[in-house]
Design a protein around this ligand. Sequence first.
Ligand SMILES: *Cc1c(COP(=O)(O)O)cnc(C)c1O
Length: 390
Amino acid sequence: MEKKIFVTQPSLPPLEEFEVSLKQIWESKILTNNGPYHKLFEQELAEYLGVKYLSLFSNGTLALMTALQTLRITGEVITTPYSFVATTHALWWNNIKPVFADIEPDYFNLDPDKIEAAITPRTTAILPVHVYGNPCKLEKIKQIADTYGLSLIYDAAHAFGVKINGESILNYGDLSVISFHATKVFNTIEGGAIVCHDAKTKQRIDYLKNFGFAGETTVIAPGINAKMNELQAAYGLLQLKYVRQNIEKRREIAMYYRSNLKGINGISYLDDIEGVDHVYPYFPIFVDEEKFGMSRDAVYENLKAGNIFGRRYFYPLISQFPSYRGLVSAKKENLPIAEKVADKVICLPIYPDLELDDVDRVIRIIREVQPEVHQPEAALQTVYGEFPIY
Ligand SMILES: *Cc1c(COP(=O)(O)O)cnc(C)c1O
């Protein structure tokens, strides 16, 4: 049996380099609470990303929860069902009611044309996600937020390093939240950050992530403990040296997948967007059961049988989990596009150390499992660049 390939594998900095940092930490005995590595990493990371104000967190979920506290979001928030569950869980933990709106059919982000119908007197914010790192319709969403006086918080967990016409995507919205979980493009083992646009907001975020302490005896709010520790920060600082080359390797793999999946009848994938610097966190394909001649789940199982462990991100939709499926906005009729996409998607393995021979294995299985009657047309058809998929 050939070796097991998983959807992702984290990149780590060289152990010798981390040992040097660990020695320093052992000597200083400063382990957390905005230590020297934390300060340096926060600064260098903000520079790398091209943002002005950034606050480090112990993980992305706590950063999301704190972002909502920062802007005092209450009542209802309009969000997407096509994401990782943490997006909606962060609302639940703040006692906020999620209101799901459908996604757009090209890049599967929250559809701006579906937002207005979901607004009620209790709506206070919009929480979209740049799914797979592809930018939301930023201008349209901002216009709606401005018109209705709503806050705008982006879950940018997939969008580390993404730029639009040279500008960081994290500079859009009132706040953007990133994740540095082991499975993400850039990892600090666990970790995350909030990006904001002024010193006063950063100050509030920094108080909130440290129990609300604004001084030895002053507590300004019921904050939480969501601080990044010195080991994570030292590790992250090293990771920054390698992130460019890691993204370049991801790009090569994505290009290789695209050129080799091109022309398979019933398989489509997402293309690059002009003016966007992509980082290739995932490589989702979409299986059209009728055209491909086999269901998505059957393709997924066949890959598994060949020791290729893709993931069906994002299936089931968040709106289908027991915590949320009772909501009126979670009804399938309200989310037809999200429902369709969730039934077609498989994320194929992509990570910097993935070898092209292994990518070939993935592609070979997909080609070989396609029923023959569906294959002849394949040579004639191309799905390349032909989105939407419906
Ligand atoms: C990973 C992820 C999160 C959560 O981040 P953690 O750092 O794992 O807590 C939130 N939202 C999305 C869309 C994610 O992919």
